[in-house]
Design a protein around this ligand. Sequence first.
Ligand code: XUL
Ligand code: CO
Length: 441
Amino acid sequence: MKNYFDFIEKVKYEGPDSKNPLAFNYYQADKKIGSKTMAEHLRFSMAYWHSMTEDGSDPFGSPTLVRPWDRFDDPREAAKARVEAAFEFMTKLGIDYFCFHDADVAPQGETLKESNRNLDEIINLIEEKMQETGIKLLWGTSNLFSHPIFMHGAATSPDARVFSCAAAKVKKALEATKRLGGENYVFWGGREGYETLLNTDMKLEQDNLARFFEMVLNYVEEINFEGQLLIEPKPKEPTKHQYDFDSSSVIAFLRNYGLEDYFKLNIEANHATLAAHTFQHELRYARINDMLGSVDANQGDLLLGWDTDQFPSNLYSTTLAMYEILKAGGLEPGGLNFDAKVRRASFQLEDLFYAHILGMDSFAKGLEAAHSLLASGEIEDFIDRRYHSYQEGVGKKIREGKIGLKELSEEALDYRFEDLQLESGQQERLEAIVNRHLLQS
Ligand code: XUL
Ligand code: CO
């Protein structure tokens, strides 16, 4: 077996003062935060497509990430070498999970039958490596957007033959995910959306997408796949409008078709910001609707405004994300999947380590700050006080649905506005509290 990362043994925790770029400053897998270790809270996962398969090409330039495991003429040999590299990389980083699309791990064939044969060969190897290393599958998924046949969408394609191809691919990817003990299975819309309504039967496309999910539910039951099904919202890119726009539109779609009990959401930070929401907003919306399943941990660049998929470095954002995750009682069986790629100019193998270390440290620090914030109860106490008028009198009746417009009108008509002393929202004070926990934890 060839080693690809001989320049490093294993990334270790060296503490905040360490200047070693191949060590953690904050992430200590075994450190207890509350009742769980950091590793149990964070459940980090490597995204196979970004870290192992992607080559750094963009619309303006050729590949820059020329990896040693890609230097084979036969794509099937490259795919095997990539498995070796992936498991060596994750072991050295101490990442316990990975996620993959069918197309990331094995080459596509001329037919789906041929693609499936390629996939089986690689899944065998992945299964061996999982047994050898103890690394687990957070989720599998099927790529229903790269191949030209999906140019008009997959389950929302106007061509029923393409719908069939999508069904065949998802069937196979579900089987592979089950076989590898995947704890979740993800559906990201890919090209399920439209470029122009002038050529689009939106009603038929949405109905078909729901029918597709019903077929998935039937098959999941048939093969007894017990993982959590997840839908990953995204507002745009590649299509102008994606049907899985954001948490609220996905939840509305699921409820519209009676599918809400079978899916949860996989929230991606950069998709939230593309939808003009914060990462915290999307997590909060999913959480309060009991739909928070898993997280694609990355960040965008607000000045660029496209899906840059950068490694998370913004501690304020990781703190508020971990605050939502802790309030949800954790992510399990979901996790924090680094759906993030090194910049095109960060082309050396070391950069893959630097990037993951940055992401892991950023979330470790966010976890500590969020835990400290929650333990202090400062935000919760403030919010409780802010809504205290709903604990008694008219407010209590409103909460309990025991009062109507007539009674409320009788109550309100004689209020003297100058007597209604409202309380300050104190946003700045609360932001200072977050900063204090972030800096002191
Ligand atoms: C695309 C994206 C995907 C999904 C899985 O923006 O995030 O990688 O996570 O298909
Ligand atoms: Co994603």
